[in-house]
Write a protein that binds this ligand. Structure first.
Ligand code: ATP
Ligand code: MG
Length: 271
């Protein structure tokens, strides 16, 4: 199981400071949800964890080692789904499996890929190019690929954003099942969402980021036993209290401005 540490991480695009002084440790097997307004740097933070960009200053370690680039120790699902458009959904997963577990028979990769596609409700999509799938289907194919390589770290950027409520609930359960399959081999998960209730359902800890620049406004422990049953959760006092605290921190400055009619959509500071 992998510990992930971020120490005084700063990141700028040109002279725009996006992330400022991010210091946080995800314990091995932690399920961390990131919440924050649009543009606060959540995707940027995930790109740093994926090794696709590097901090302007500060450091990030994975299992005690500085991140030097992308690796198969991290399964990623990004907002743009990132499937190769010239390969079918099945081939995309087979390619990832070949890289993660070299030296197996082609049929074995195909069977595993088909199995993961079936798990996310895409049994018929194996031979389809991503361009022929809906946004939600592409998202699920990317999720299937991330699950298939069975990496110790999962980085997921609003992975269930484009899905209907039932598919979303199924995939939340599947993710939790894969995460806690074995107590001694839990994945360390970073999961970005805009949905406060989804964060509480899934996470051990919730990190709330503020915007301009992106700083940590608070880290909240989710002290709720598992399995967390949705119907019961919504009536649970701890759930309600935590939800109210998160909403207050998230929308701190925005609620009063909204009430005063000072925010118009064109400002683009949506949540
Ligand atoms: N390639 C880029 N070049 C320049 N600026 C960028 C680039 N990518 C992102 N930014 C800027 O960095 C800031 C953070 O962007 P980021 O995508 O990390 O936000 P986010 O929290 O993921 O937002 P959302 O919730 O909308 O996905 C934004 O102000 C954005 O305009
Ligand atoms: Mg984003």
């Amino acid at each position: 199981m992998y510990e992930v540490t971020l120490s005084n991480v700063n990141y700028s695009y040109g002279d725009q400071r996006v992330l400022q002084d991010i210091t946080f440790t995800a314990e091995p097997g932690d399920f961390v949800c990131l919440l924050g307004p649009s543009g606060c740097g959540k995707s940027t933070l995930l790109r740093l964890l994926a090794g696709l960009s590097f901090p302007s200053s500060g450091g990030i370690t994975l299992d005690g080692k500085q991140i030097s680039g992308p690796g198969l120790d991290r399964g990623v699902v990004f907002q743009d789904y990132s499937l190769f458009p010239w390969m079918t959904a099945g081939q995309n997963i087979v390619l990832a499996l070949e890289q993660a577990f070299p030296g197996k028979k082609k049929d074995e990769y195909r069977e595993t890929a088909a199995g993961y596609l079936e798990m996310v409700g895409l049994a018929d999509a194996y031979d389809k190019l991503p361009g022929l799938l809906s946004g939600g289907m592409r998202q699920r194919a990317a999720i299937a690929r991330a699950f298939a390589i069975n990496a110790p770290v999962l980085l997921m950027d609003e992975p269930f954003g484009a899905l209907d409520a039932i598919t979303r609930a199924r995939l939340q359960d599947l993710l939790l099942q894969l995460w806690q399959q074995r107590q001694d081999e839990r994945k360390t998960v970073f999961f970005v969402t805009h949905d406060v209730e989804e964060a509480i359902l899934l996470a051990n800890r919730i990190v709330v980021l503020g915007v301009n620049p992106g700083t940590i406004k608070g880290v909240f422990e989710v002290d709720l036993p598992r399995p967390r049953i949705r119907q019961e959760l919504y009536h649970n006092q701890t759930f309600q209290t935590l939800r109210d605290r998160l909403v207050t921190v998230l929308y701190e400055n925005i609620l009063s401005e909204l009430d005063a009619g000072q925010i118009v959509a064109s400002q683009g500071d949506g949540i």
